[in-house]
Structure formats: structure tokens, C-alpha cells
Design a protein. Structure first.
Length: 271
């Protein structure tokens, strides 16, 4: 039993007799020690799980806030330039955009915090028009200034957590922009009704991804050959995969070198 406890196996229990002799006392003491050690190991395991979740939350939150913060920084620069040039109307316009972006960012922070506190089975879900969610992400991150984004057909209304869905869309769009190699980053978004779910796709005109990396790119901190120049840390796609799989959805990529990439993900229909 002592050997098993040393190997963190606390399943064995010594049977005691009715004699209450020294052997019974030792056996009882070992049984009690085994129970206490098992309890401590369980608590340590829970603590490790919480710590891993907090670490992942810190990485993903910092990553997802980077784009709107860059947008705010850009607006401040425009305000400074317009103010020095005496362009009062432009200053007012940029201040309005800055206020709107800041308010949306506050909503983003609140949503991420709420999402992090609950599991997928109990998290709040609402009917969301994907067209509206996509538009707001594009506006907050000011993606129209760095990419030509086209939507083919109408996007559906789904039942999902808003913050989680924004994180998925934000990371997929910014991933396309980050890895763009052409002069103009082109992104095409489509939706297909697959019966029991909607299949969304985000296609870019980037460098493409070799088949051997189609699974690895979704791993946390995985970096590919183009990531060094793209300031990438392998967090965005790992976040997408983690969110979608926690809701029972799928995400995958189809790509060949030199022909861009298409990221697919599913959103199940719910009555």
C-alpha cells in the first residue's frame, strides 16, 4: 500500500479486524493517510486545471484585444494630425469613431470575462444575425483599411454566445490579414446550409498552408514558416478551435501552397 501511495495510487484500502491490535492501528492510520493524500491530490488537480484555464484566458484575451487597440491607436494618430492641420470637422468625426470603438471594446471585454466564467453547457446563447456580428467586428478592427472583404450570399441567423462568436470571426479574419502576402488581402466569406448545421467558410489569397500543417496550425503556440514576419504566436487559430469544439462544433482548413486557404467551421441549427 505504501508503494502504491508513493506512485499516487490511493485506491487500496487495508481491511482491519476486530482485535484492535497494533496491526489494526497501523492499517487504520494508513487508510486515513491514503484518504487525506487522495483529497490533496484531487484539490491540486483542480488547482492545476484552474491555473491552465487562467493562463489560456490571459493569452487569448491579450490576443483578441490587440486589433481593437491598434484601431484606437490609429484613430488617435488621425486626430492629432487633423488637429495640427486645423481640420475641425475631421477631428469631430474621428472622435466619434473613437468613442464608438471604445464602447464596443468595453462590450468585448465584458463578453470575454462572462464567457470565461462559465462552461459551454451553461453559457448564455442568443439569436445572432451573422451579418450584423461580422459588420461590427470589421468596424471595430477597421479591417476595410487592410483587406477587401466580400460576402457571397446572405449569412444566417444562429443561436450562439455573442462574445464567443465574435472571437471566432475576429481571429479568422485577422489571421487572413496577418498572413497576407499579396498587395491587397482578399477575403471571401460564404455560408452553406448543410441540413443540421450551417457551414461557414473564410477564404483568403495568402501563401497557402502545406498539408502537413493543416492540423498543427490549430495548436497553441504553433508557428509556421511565415509566422516570424507576421508577429504571430499561434494563439488565434488555437482560440478558434477551443471555442468551437467546446460548443460541439468543428473547424478545419483546406489549402495548398500558393493558392490561399479556406477555413471552414460549423454552427449547428437549434430549435
Amino acid at each position: 500500500m505504501i508503494g502504491r501511495m508513493a506512485a499516487l495510487d490511493f485506491s487500496q484500502v487495508i481491511t482491519t479486524s476486530d482485535e484492535n491490535d497494533m496491526i489494526d492501528a497501523i492499517a487504520l492510520g494508513l487508510n486515513m493517510l491514503g484518504e487525506e493524500l487522495n483529497s490533496n491530490v484531487v484539490e491540486r488537480s483542480k488547482l492545476d486545471t484552474v491555473n491552465r484555464k487562467l493562463e489560456k484566458f490571459a493569452y487569448t484575451t491579450a490576443h483578441d484585444l490587440k486589433s481593437p487597440l491598434n484601431a484606437i491607436s490609429g484613430l488617435i494618430n488621425l486626430i492629432e494630425f487633423s488637429n495640427e492641420s486645423g481640420q475641425a470637422e475631421e477631428v469631430k468625426e474621428y472622435i466619434g469613431l473613437l468613442k464608438a470603438t471604445t464602447e464596443k471594446m468595453k462590450g468585448l471585454v465584458h463578453g470575454i470575462l462572462e464567457y470565461s466564467k462559465t462552461d459551454a453547457d451553461h453559457i448564455e446563447k442568443n439569436e445572432l444575425d451573422l451579418n450584423i456580428v461580422l459588420k461590427e467586428v470589421i468596424e471595430v478592427d477597421q479591417l476595410t483599411s487592410v483587406a477587401d472583404i466580400k460576402i457571397v450570399g446572405a449569412l444566417p441567423t444562429v443561436v450562439f454566445n455573442r462574445s464567443a462568436l465574435e472571437q471566432v470571426i475576429r481571429n479568422l479574419l485577422n489571421n487572413a490579414v496577418k498572413h497576407a502576402t499579396e498587395e491587397i488581402c482578399q477575403i471571401v466569406i460564404r455560408s452553406r446550409d448543410k441540413g443540421d448545421c450551417y457551414q461557414l467558410s473564410v477564404t483568403d489569397n495568402g501563401p497557402g498552408i502545406a498539408p502537413q500543417y493543416h492540423e498543427k496550425i490549430f495548436e497553441l503556440f504553433h508557428t509556421g514558416e511565415h509566422d516570424a514576419i507576421a508577429d504571430s504566436h499561434g494563439i488565434g487559430l488555437a482560440t478558434v478551435k477551443n471555442i468551437l469544439e467546446s460548443f460541439g462544433e468543428r473547424v478545419w482548413v483546406e489549402s495548398t501552397i500558393g493558392k490561399g486557404a479556406t477555413f471552414y467551421f460549423t454552427l449547428r441549427k437549434r430549435s
